[in-house]
Design a protein around this ligand. Structure first.
Ligand code: HEC
Length: 122
């Protein structure tokens, strides 16, 4: 077998492993825990603020949602990493914020959820 053939055969495996961090399809099911309060459409604030465009947004910045002072002053920028920490334990990551959610304890469930948000909240 020629090198080119081997590389072509392996390339899809490399792509799969690069995305092994989180599974967006499983993540969509985990988002049900958030969907009671959050929508992904722009401007759709419910009990919680819209999560549309959440990645690289600063916390507490939507003009038409009333955030807690703790959220507005947190200085957090939302990334995969900060979303992971906040979702794991909201009160530990931003003390006194007003999100009534206890946390998603399983790290691989959170990775799946974040993979889903990266696709669906853009
Ligand atoms: C019972 C309602 C409720 C549930 C369930 C809930 N949230 Fe929230 N969320 C809120 C509220 C209310 C706020 C605003 C908190 C504040 O201002 O202190 C918020 C804020 C946020 C923010 C900050 C948004 C911004 O604009 O800075 C993120 C991110 C977030 N939630 C993600 C999630 C995720 C992910 C889940 C599911 C794992 C979830 N939330 C579950 C009500 C909820």
């Amino acid at each position: 077998m020629k090198w080119g053939t081997i590389v072509t055969a392996l390339a899809p495996l490399l792509v799969v492993s690069a995305h092994a961090e989180g599974d967006a399809i499983r993540g969509e099911a985990h988002f049900k825990e958030c969907a009671a309060c959050h929508k992904l459409e722009a401007g759709a604030n419910e009990v919680g603020p819209s999560l549309h465009g959440i990645f690289s947004r600063k916390a507490g910045q939507l003009a038409d949602f009333r955030y807690s002072p703790a959220m507005r002053r947190s200085g957090v920028t939302w990334t995969a990493e900060t979303l992971d920490k906040y979702t794991a334990d909201p009160q530990a990551f931003i003390p006194a914020n007003r999100m009534p959610y206890a946390g998603m304890s399983n790290a691989s469930d959170r990775a799946d959820l974040i993979a889903y948000l990266q696709k669906a909240a853009q």
